[in-house]
Design a protein around this ligand. Sequence first.
Ligand code: PGA
Length: 254
Amino acid sequence: MSTQRRPLIAGNWKMNGLREIAMPLAGELATKMNNAAPTSFDMLVCPPATMIDAVVDVAYESNLAVGGQDCHMAESGAHTGDISAQMLQDLGCSYAIVGHSERRADHGEMDDVVRAKAEAAQAAGLIAIVCVGETEAERDKGITIDVVAAQIAGSVPPASTSENTVVAYEPVWAIGTGRTPTSDEVQEVHAMMRTKVTEILGADEADKIRLLYGGSVKPSNAVELMGLADVDGALVGGASLSHDDFWQIAESCP
Ligand code: PGA
């Protein structure tokens, strides 16, 4: 982790969080953020769309940021069931995750769609968290680096900056499985990602952009993962549903 990159600890609640769980979870985190201020990290929660409004209220006047888990590429229009980046911004969100592997798999989202969504998020004034990562079959074939490099080239909008974009490396086989790559493997991919981002954004922006690791991050492995040179935070699924675990992960940032 570079001293010029402020770590981001992002919680992706996925399709979890009815009011009775979401409200106290967000409330605990907002309180912890207030009590610990100023923190050395940024903290974000991405609740399901149904809970965003309520979580924004709970997080009001704390440094807990709120984001969406996805957005549509269009500003508005005839897209039943979808939510635009502008709508997220209107609710008080400051981030939107795009291209999560579950969206890529469940909704057939390809790189060009992910890039269009990232552009929509940026245009609405949000920070786009662009997710990339190889499947287990791709890792077994030894093509992890090629796959992730191609996803970055296809999914990260060329006009991105370090202010409006974060890139998250999430090996698909590590999500929700309790398995993670070794630290050397994570650092190797992240170093390649920074090189790839340099080709798109130039050296200055690539040096400042935050690269998150995601996939079975938990308190027991966070110190090691967050200590890696090119890891600037975490995108956390399961462990973000416990305020204690999520807070411990945040406190693991060097
Ligand atoms: P996990 O999920 O932490 O439960 O592995 C990570 C993610 O999908 O963002």
